[in-house]
Design a protein around this ligand. Structure first.
Ligand code: DX5
Ligand code: ZN
Length: 216
């Protein structure tokens, strides 16, 4: 895994034209695609499931980083892996026993992430941290693109970085050329970016500006 890496979220893409969206994101320099799966239950928004993941899988060799914002992550884990997910992240708030869920995900042979919503306290992660590869720290409330960055995420990143040097740390929500630098300085490795890229006229230019910011 190459870090730091910017992982575009397809949430704000034109879902009627995903083939060319993937081409544009790949040409811009994406090293992975972040796929936001929402079930209208764990979060109020509804996006897509396995058919989108398998559809994208046919058009790209990029790693597919699947962010499950769903109430029953275990129920869909194997189908998501069969559809082509390379990394599967569940929300700690969605499950009773996060360590068990992480261990079950591991058996599927994918990278395992656990996500922490912006209003969830860091200590809720403790029981499962030995069984995950990555922690996704939400810097907005899970559910929608285009929200503004919550700096509480920076403190969580710093504490995780200090106490768990081996974990990959990912941030998601409200990333722009300023907030991405704050996250990097807090120890983050992987940066999910939605609207800053997708709502720009030129994905390559937007990607390059973010990339310069984290490498500066
Ligand atoms: C929000 C999603 C994010 C979203 C980020 O629930 O998890 O991945 O796409 O979008 P921006 O970058 O617009 O905040
Ligand atoms: Zn996400």
């Amino acid at each position: 895994e190459l870090t730091p890496a910017i992982m575009p979220s397809i949430l704000s893409c034109d879902f009627g034209d995903m083939k060319s969206e993937v081409t544009r994101l790949t040409d811009a320099g994406a090293q992975a695609l972040h796929l936001d799966v929402m079930d209208g239950h764990f979060v109020p928004n509804l996006t897509f499931g396995m058919p989108m993941v398998s559809g994208l899988r046919r058009h790209t060799d990029l790693p597919l980083d699947v962010h499950l914002m769903i109430s029953e992550p275990l129920r869909y884990a194997k189908p998501m892996v069969q559809a082509g997910a390379d990394v599967l992240t569940f929300h700690v708030e969605a499950v009773e026993d996060a360590a068990f869920v992480a261990k079950e995900f591991r058996k599927l042979g994918v990278g395992v992430g656990v996500a922490l919503d912006s209003d969830t306290k860091l200590t809720d992660l403790e029981p499962c941290l030995d069984f995950v590869d990555m922690v996704l720290v939400m810097s907005v409330k899970a559910g929608f693109g285009g929200q503004s960055f919550n700096p509480i995420s920076l403190e969580k990143l710093r504490l995780l970085r200090d106490n768990h040097p081996e974990l990959l740390l990912q941030i998601d929500g409200g990333m722009n050329t300023e907030t991405i630098v704050l996250a990097r300085d807090a120890g983050c490795d992987l940066f999910v970016v939605g609207s800053s890229i997708i709502h720009s006229d030129d994905y390559s230019e937007a990607f390059a500006e973010l990339d310069q910011a984290i490498k500066s």
